[in-house]
Design a protein around this ligand. Structure first.
Ligand SMILES: [Zn+2]
Length: 251
C-alpha cells in the first residue's frame, strides 16, 4: 500500500514548539510518511536539523523569501551555503500581495536564486502571490525544474507552467467550499505533474479549517483530488510519490 506525502510544510514553525511529537505521530497514524520541510530563516534551518521520526523520511529546502530583499551579502552567502545541504532551493519567488513596494528587487532576488539552484543542480520551490504573470515570465526565461507551490492561479496558467515542465502543487483550499478554480486546475494538470502539500501551519483543509494545519491533514486534500479525478488511492499515491521522487530525488 502506498503512503501519503506532504511536499511543502513548515513544521519548523513555532506553532509546533509545544507538540511536535504528537504532530509527527499523527502523520504516522494517517500514513503520511514523507515530507519536505521548508526553511525561510536560519532559525528554521537549525530547528529542521533536529526533526527526526522513525518511519518518516524528511527532506529540506531553504531559500531567501520574497520579503527579504534587503538581505546582506553575508547572509545571502550563508543561505547559499545551506542550500548545498538541502534537497531544493525555496521557497523563492514573488509576493506582490504583501510586499507590493519591492517588485523589482523581488524579481532580481528570484532570478539570482534560480541561477544558483541551476548551478547546484537543485530544483526550485516557487512562491507566487498576486504575481503570476511575472512569475511565469521569469520561469520561462530562466527555464529550470521546480514546483509552483500552493498554486492559486487559473487552470489556463497552470497548463502554461506545465508546458514549461514545472509541477503544480495543490494545497488545502481545494477542499474549501467554492473551490471551483482549484478543482479546475486539478482536472487540467496531468497527474504526472501534480503534487500535494499542506503549507502548514496555514491553509488548513476542510473539515479542520480554522484550526492549525499539520501534515497529517494532507490526506483531506488528496482525497478531494482523487474524488474529483475519479481515481483510486493506490493509483494516485503511486504517481504522487513518483512525481516527488522525480523532482526532489528518491531518498
Ligand atoms: Zn511555504
Amino acid at each position: 500500500m502506498m503512503n501519503y506525502l506532504d511536499s511543502h510544510c513548515h513544521i519548523n514553525d513555532e506553532a509546533y514548539d509545544e507538540d511536535l511529537d504528537e504532530v509527527l505521530n499523527r502523520m504516522l497514524e494517517n500514513r503520511v510518511t514523507r515530507a519536505m520541510i521548508v526553511c525561510v530563516s536560519f532559525e528554521d534551518y537549525r530547528k529542521t536539523l533536529e526533526i527526526k521520526k522513525e518511519g518518516i523520511r524528511f527532506k529540506k529546502a531553504i531559500g531567501v523569501y520574497p520579503e527579504c530583499t534587503g538581505i546582506s551579502e553575508d547572509d545571502f552567502n550563508e543561505y547559499v551555503r545551506l542550500m548545498k545541504e538541502c534537497d531544493a532551493v525555496g521557497e523563492i519567488g514573488l509576493d506582490y500581495h504583501w510586499y507590493p513596494e519591492t517588485k523589482e528587487k523581488q524579481k532580481e532576488l528570484f532570478i539570482r536564486q534560480i541561477r544558483i539552484a541551476k548551478e547546484l543542480g537543485k530544483p526550485v520551490i516557487v512562491h507566487s502571490r498576486d504575481a503570476l504573470q511575472d512569475t511565469y515570465d521569469i520561469l520561462k526565461e530562466h527555464r529550470y525544474e521546480g514546483v509552483l507551490h500552493c498554486y492559486s492561479g487559473s487552470a489556463e496558467m497552470a497548463k502554461e507552467f506545465v508546458k514549461l515542465g514545472y509541477y503544480i502543487s495543490i494545497a488545502g483550499p481545494v477542499t474549501w467550499k467554492n473551490a471551483k478554480e482549484p478543482l479546475e486546475v486539478v482536472k487540467s494538470v496531468p497527474l504526472e505533474r501534480l503534487l500535494i502539500e499542506t503549507d502548514c501551519p496555514y491553509l488548513t483543509p476542510a473539515p479542520n479549517r480554522g484550526k492549525r494545519n499539520e501534515p497529517s491533514y494532507v490526506v483531506h486534500t488528496a482525497k478531494r483530488i482523487m474524488e474529483e479525478l475519479g481515481i483510486d488511492e493506490e493509483t494516485f499515491l503511486r504517481q504522487i510519490n513518483a512525481n516527488y521522487d522525480n523532482l526532489f530525488g528518491s531518498n
